[in-house]
Design a binder for this molecule. Structure first.
Ligand code: TYD
Ligand code: MG
Length: 455
């Protein structure tokens, strides 16, 4: 039999190359491609004879369907992100930068579930048992019945889990430390990580236990990132946050059993992660409402409204090419808004530096923020503060028209709850709340808004 050719696999995105390249053609990362044996551990290698297939019974779509059985942790922000709790027999991936708080939130979840009487096993491949215990003590979780193991070998982990313990939830911290005897590559490579994750998913499906897998987002290419297993698991959550800020966001990017775009918000304290049930208050906490260049955006995260301040600084440039810098928003979208302001509103920004920042280290993904961004920019340029009790939302098109966005009533109600008496929103917005005392200014086009701000 011909010897299988070695493959060169990108450790970041999993793209297979026929030869070594410095830059991955799949994701564009440098130095992430390393040589691996692609067949090892998956399907048993080239020498194995495939077994004869067996026909399976086919069925129709109109049979009985059940809701997925879930286990809620009682930590509401985590349950919200997972869509109501962990689904039995499913595999969940929690990714994030090292040190962001993945182990912390999972230890808190493990303790909460153990207190409800569930059997939980926490397998740590990164830290020794004593270290995990220390964290558990700090979190006030040491008295729960969570069982611990410090192990990295996949076969040993499976043997341990199958040894009559029948766990309801297994936490593997982390997938990058897993290694299997069946694979020759080093731990942390794509093949090892995929083999280990596959084995854990099979365990989940066979026993009905939930398996939670921790994956570090890696900057260097020598260790496989969580992206290479995203397609294999049932749900993918990313833990985000900024080192300079205390709050953390658990964002759902994939969920076979529930909604995506949902977020859970936490605050890191000296005794673990605390739930933040009203994120708007947190993001608006240190607001200086009287300064020009600040506009409050009424945004949505999944089903929840989130108010956040957009800050702009527009200043005459001393450089040949003016600077454009954005934190927390899409820079291409900023260029678009600047172009619309120039082309349709007579706002000349060609000799100005433009800086845009979303307060609190928060990241906005919605085009609905266009109107808030434009308002902040014009306010900064004109040196005029916007009304402090006003929120902004709406999408701006290239023609300068302001387009309606979804969830108008959610956004307005949240704003009213937090004391915002006015709102600037797209004309012909549907679903306006009835009987509200808020004052709404419905805008047709960006030039109207600019005229209103610059007076
Ligand atoms: P950790 O959960 O170990 O991160 P990860 O598993 O994602 O790598 O969290 C590490 C950081 O959190 C560390 O910098 C210390 C901090 N931390 C607190 O501030 N308070 C706490 O109660 C705990 C347990 C950790
Ligand atoms: Mg950890």
């Amino acid at each position: 039999m011909a010897k299988a050719r070695p493959s060169f696999i990108c450790q970041n995105c999993g793209t297979v190359h026929s030869r070594w390249v410095g830059k991955c053609e799949g994701c564009g990362q440098w130095n992430t491609v390393i040589e691996e044996d692609p067949t090892a551990g998956i399907g048993g290698g080239p020498g194995k004879v495939p077994k004869k297939g067996r026909a399976v019974a086919l069925t129709t779509l109109d049979g009985e369907a059940e809701d997925a059985p879930r286990v809620a942790t009682g930590i509401s922000e985590l349950d919200r992100a997972t869509g109501g709790g962990f689904v039995r027999g499913s595999a969940v991936l929690i990714g994030g930068d090292p040190g962001i708080g993945k182990s912390t939130v999972l230890m808190q979840a493990a303790a909460a579930l153990a207190r409800q009487g569930h059997r939980i096993i926490y397998v740590s491949g990164e830290e020794a048992v004593a270290q995990v215990r220390l964290r558990a003590q700090r979190l006030g979780a040491a008295d729960s019945s969570v069982l611990l193991a410090a192990e990295t070998n996949v076969e040993d982990i499976l043997a341990t889990l199958s040894d009559g313990k029948r766990p309801d939830l297994v936490i593997i911290d982390s997938i990058q430390t897993l290694w299997s005897d069946l694979v020759e590559s080093a731990p942390g490579t794509v093949t090892q990580v995929r083999t280990g994750v596959q084995a854990m998913i099979r365990f989940a499906k066979q026993t009905g236990a939930t398996v939670v897998l921790v994956g570090h987002v890696t900057k260097e290419g020598q260790i496989a990132g969580p992206r290479v297993v995203e397609h294999m698991v049932d749900a993918v959550l990313y833990f985000e946050g900024d080192r300079g800020h205390h709050y953390r966001i658990l964002r759902t990017v994939k969920n076979r059993f529930g909604p995506t775009d949902e977020i859970g918000v936490f605050e890191m304290s000296d005794r673990g992660l605390r739930e933040v049930t009203n994120p708007s208050e947190l993001f608006l906490g240190e607001r200086n409402a009287k300064a020009p260049g600040a506009a409050v955006f009424a945004g949505m995260e999944g089903t929840r409204p989130v108010l956040v301040e957009v800050q702009a600084l527009v200043a005459p440039t001393s450089l040949g090419t003016p600077r454009r810098a954005v934190v927390g928003w899409d820079s291409a979208r900023l260029s678009m808004i600047l172009a619309v302001l120039e082309a349709h509103c007579g706002v000349r920004l060609g000799s100005h530096d433009v800086y845009l920042n979303v307060a609190g280290g928060y990241r906005i993904a919605e085009p609905a923020a266009d109107l808030a961004v434009a308002s902040a920019l014009v306010s900064s340029l004109a040196g005029l503060a916007l009304p402090p009790d006003c929120v902004y939302f709406g999408e701006v098109s290239l023609s300068g028209a302001i387009r309606p966005v979804a969830h108008t009533s959610h956004r307005l109600k949240e704003a009213e709850k937090l004391g915002f008496a006015q709102a600037v929103l797209p004309a012909s917005s549907a679903d306006l709340p009835k009987g509200s005392a808020q004052r709404w200014s419905e805008m047709e086009s960006l030039p109207d808004l600019v005229a209103r701000i610059a007076g």
